[in-house]
Design a protein around this ligand. Structure first.
Ligand code: FA5
Ligand code: MG
Length: 340
């Protein structure tokens, strides 16, 4: 085959190339081991010796031409592929954006923060304790020896004989008193999760939150407790809600009270419905003593409230389970700033 024709044939074929695979095949066809130019070089042996150098030179020139043209073509193909990909993936930033619904701060957390802030302004500090608690702190240090019948008030999730999911935040009281080594004053609140084998219904959950409060100092009286609870309840509910203080029993306080807030039928004394929000009392001398405080020198009060129920009363929520399901339709109703 004539050398000029080979070049022309290449030039024609390269025009039709649309991808790298075709280009590779074209390279093999012309430059490969069994390619056209390799075959042509084999014919050199039939030429006269003086013709061979010129022939060889020409073949090499064509080889180089094809080789560099293939490289160029390859670059063009790559750039074209990138341009096509970009064009197909183009994003129209002027299109209107899809709206995602945002939830709001969970009303339970709002209430917890509100209560924390309230007590912090009264000089309390925030303490925490473990959710997996020992029998000693959850019960014994709170004047509830093993086999004490009042343990039934808080049906527990036991892990071992000595370890359980805490049923109340009161063990933090004992922990903090021990830390204070018999010296007051102590003024703390302790928010946290608690666990009980209660059946779930509109006002009970097997896992819920409590906020414990403890004040230990010289000359603390029931009047201090009453004043603190009244201030708390007024700040939380304003004047609209009716309040009921009931004498009650806790092994770790004496005397003890429970506080109920009007929930339904508030205008009719006969059919009014109450919801219990907290238990409280004067710290039992045994509890002070076990935790290293001299009950002749020190006295104290304590309370433990359920912020879920407080949030239910405050925001008109009728089912405690709404707090835990994270349904945006529920949460977005509270999509506003904290102390609204
Ligand atoms: C106690 O747990 C005591 N430790 C409170 C206390 C602390 C008394 C310090 C004296 C001194 P009680 O079991 O009543 O008490 O629970 C306290 C509050 O937690 C209740 O008033 C209620 O608001 C809330 N609560 C109790 N059980 C549940 C439940 N299953 N689901 C939701 N809230 C609950
Ligand atoms: Mg109770």
């Amino acid at each position: 085959m004539n050398l000029e024709n080979i070049k022309k044939e290449y030039q024609q074929l390269v025009q039709e190339i649309t991808n790298e695979k075709e280009l590779y095949d074209l390279r093999v066809k012309f430059l490969g081991k069994k390619g056209i130019l390799t075959e042509i070089m084999k014919g050199a042996k039939d030429l006269l010796p003086e013709e061979r150098p010129t022939f060889g030179k020409l073949v090499n020139e064509i080889k180089e031409y094809i080789s560099s043209n293939i490289e160029e073509t390859k670059q063009i193909l790559i750039e074209k592929a990138i341009a096509e990909k970009l064009a197909s993936e183009e994003i129209d930033v002027t299109l209107p954006a899809r709206k995602y619904s945002l939830g709001g701060m969970n009303p339970l957390n709002k209430v917890i923060e509100e209560i924390e802030e309230l007590f912090i302004t009264m000089g309390y500090s925030v303490a925490e304790g473990p959710e997996v608690e020992t029998d000693k702190f959850n019960f014994e240090m709170l004047n509830l020896p093993k086999d004490h019948p009042a343990r039934d008030m808080q049906d527990s999730f036991y892990i071992t004989n000595e370890l359980l999911m805490r049923t109340q935040t009161s063990p933090v009281q004992a922990r903090e008193m021990l830390k204070a080594e018999g010296k007051g004053p102590i003024k703390i609140i302790c928010p946290g999760k608690v666990f009980r084998r209660d059946n779930d219904d509109a006002t009970h959950s097997h896992q819920f939150t409590q906020i414990e409060g403890l004040v230990v100092d010289k000359n603390i009286t029931f009047a201090d407790l009453k004043g603190t609870l009244e201030y708390l309840i007024k700040s939380l509910f304003g004047e609209n809600k009716k309040i009921r203080l009931r004498p009650s029993f806790f092994p770790f306080t004496e005397p003890s009270v429970e506080v109920d807030i009007s929930w339904e039928n508030e205008d009719d004394e006969e059919s009014i419905k109450w919801l219990e929000i907290l238990g409280a009392g004067m710290v039992h001398p045994n509890v002070l003593e076990m935790a290293g405080f001299d009950p002749n020198e020190y006295s104290g009060f304590a309370f433990g409230m359920g912020p879920e129920r407080i949030a239910m009363l405050k925001y008109g929520i009728t089912d405690i389970r709404s707090f835990y399901t994270n349904d945006v339709r529920f949460l977005e109703q509270f999509n506003n700033t904290r102390n609204d």
